[in-house]
Design a protein around this ligand. Structure first.
Ligand code: NDP
Ligand code: GDR
Length: 373
């Protein structure tokens, strides 16, 4: 039975990857952080009681900032594959916490690689690094490929650039099987609530059900190449099954604007919106409503406004990946389109909003968290 260790197992990708590897018959170990509240919601459905025999999903407390902890876990698990998905992964937050982001995302990667080497596992353990399209930042070429030059635009992207190169360096210097997946944005119903797609699908569902008044957005001209996390974790595993380690761009090859994503999300709820005004004065107004998913709305209501608080000190305006190498070498093709993914996300967020609205109707007015990002 192969053993995998996943950092960031409680995150969006970590949860899908753990499911995927369990389905492949792996013994899966994950690192979770200590938190003052439960933080395992995304993996609770695959939790296995450690008191029963043959549990093959195991969680370890740990942190990418803690070298001795990482070394101990690696020594105990002796994994065949390490997936380094753990990160302070929010670009806007990285401007507020640049040093912490560097510690976790850059030096955390070094800590893991060095621990693998220190334990003499460099010829046994294969290493996947969660690299990112944010490396391209101020894009030098459209679409972006494995050879497009990098120009990172945030403390997050700069930290991930270190992680990218240290993985390449350990491959070249010590012959480690280490590779980078340069993944473009990928989303799902499990996406963190402060990333733009989930902020929109959850926000629109809440607005339709009367739980929130309006969405406040940043740069809605921004263009992204959005895929589904389920398709992308499959690719992470495929990258570690090749004869030789290589780096791959993972993307759909199609891009849309944030504004389009808002329109799709509204449409899934039966709402048509019109965008008027310019710059910080742009708004989205309801022009038609079909069906009964939006009882709290009427034609003329404003459901989106711009709040400059969500503009970033340096923006990545456009990202579009060319996944030709992944298609050719690995035979990988994304199966879920951005529109299908949006529909799935809205459907899940609408279910939650309806449950919430029902409780409210019966006098149980639990506040909706509107911590934005
Ligand atoms: P999430 O933010 O959903 O998950 C991040 C995970 O990292 C969480 O499990 C989080 O734990 C954990 N983590 C955060 N800080 C630490 C730390 N100090 N020590 C250990 N673990 C930590 O990210 P995604 O699942 O979306 O992304 C997975 C990886 O892929 C990340 O590295 C991200 O930067 C990268 N990436 C993501 C893309 C995307 O579009 N989703 C695209 C390209 C790259 P907790 O749950 O406790 O917060
Ligand atoms: P990104 O994702 O920065 O690309 O990083 P995010 O969804 O946060 O932003 C995408 C684009 O939307 C614009 N935007 C807003 N973003 C947020 N979060 N909130 C808003 O209100 C808002 N309004 C407009 C942003 O400015 C941006 O242009 C994600 C993360 O998962 C990274 O970890 C990963 O490496 C990259 O994708 C690829």
């Amino acid at each position: 039975m192969k053993k995998a260790l996943i950092t960031g197992v409680t995150g969006q990708d970590g949860s899908y990857l753990a499911e995927f590897l369990l389905g492949k018959g792996y013994e899966v170990h994950g690192i979770k952080r200590r938190a003052s509240l439960f933080n395992t919601q995304r993996v609770d459905h695959i939790y296995q009681d450690p008191h029963v025999n043959n549990a093959n999903f195991k969680l370890h407390y740990g942190d990418l900032t803690d070298t001795s902890n990482l070394t101990r876990i690696l020594q105990e698990v002796q994994p065949d594959e390490v997936y380094n998905l753990g990160a302070q992964s929010h670009v806007a937050v990285s401007f507020e916490a640049p040093e912490y982001t560097a510690d976790v995302d850059a030096i955390g990667t070094l800590r893991l690689l060095e621990a693998i080497r220190f334990l003499g596992l460099e010829k046994k353990t294969r290493f996947y690094q969660a690299s990112t399209s944010e490396l391209y930042g101020l894009v030098q070429e459209i679409p972006q490929t494995e050879t497009t030059p990098f120009h990172p635009r945030s403390p997050y992207a700069v930290a991930k650039m270190y992680a990218y190169w240290i993985a390449v360096n350990y491959r070249e210097a010590y012959g480690m099987y280490a590779c980078n997946g340069i993944l473009f944005n990928h989303e799902s119903p499990r996406r963190g609530e402060t990333f733009v797609t989930r902020k929109i699908t959850r926000g629109m569902a809440n607005i339709a059900q009367g739980l929130e008044p309006c969405l406040y957005m940043g740069n809605i001209d921004s263009l992204r190449d959005w895929g589904h996390a389920k398709d992308y974790v499959r690719m992470q595993w495929m990258m570690l099954q090749q004869d030789a380690p290589e780096d791959f761009v993972i993307a759909t090859g199609v891009q849309y604007s944030v504004r389009e994503f808002i329109s799709w999300s509204a449409k899934e709820l039966g709402i048509t919106v019109e965008f008027t005004g310019e710059g910080v004065n742009e708004i989205a107004t309801v022009t038609a409503i079909e069906g009964d998913n939006a009882p709290a709305l009427k034609v003329g209501d404003v459901v989106m406004r711009i709040d400059p608080r969500y503009f970033r000190p340096a923006e990545v305006e456009t990202l579009l990946g060319n996944p030709a190498k992944a298609k050719k070498v690995l035979g990988w093709v994304p199966e879920i389109t951005a529109q299908e993914m949006c529909a799935e996300m809205v459907a899940e967020d609408l279910k939650a909003a309806k449950r919430h609205a029902l409780l409210k109707e019966h006098g149980m007015d639990i506040p909706v968290s509107v911590e934005n990002g």
